[in-house]
Design a protein around this ligand. Sequence first.
Ligand SMILES: [Zn+2]
Length: 140
Amino acid sequence: MAGRLAHAEEHCRRQGQAWTTGRRFILQRLLEAGRPLKAYELIAMLQAAGRPSNPATAYQALKGLLAAGLLIRVESLSAFHAVSPQAGPQALLVCRSCRGVTEVGLPEEVRAWLAAQQGDFRPEGWICEVVGTCSACSED
Ligand SMILES: [Zn+2]
């Protein structure tokens, strides 16, 4: 945990991004949770910790972490998930039951095929979400 936060701080510095206490708090909570959290859940955690918690401040911190590549927004869950920066193009396996997310690197052939479909389209990200049920939830 301390290692990932130190790495994240170093990553922000190298990118010229600010590393604020709010950003650190949010990233730490996401790493501890190990699953995506919704903005309102993070705001509640800020409030519970007695930290500045107005939504504008929280969204500003989320925006900074997204820009730094330390978070992704999982569209199918409307939630945020901590990722390793510079992990490269990947697919997310998203479990509808437990909201667990598994990151899976995309093979080079898939990237090349997707790139060939784009023409002049300029991608900002390569996150692909596959929604379903994880193995643990399938057993229930
Ligand atoms: Zn599951």
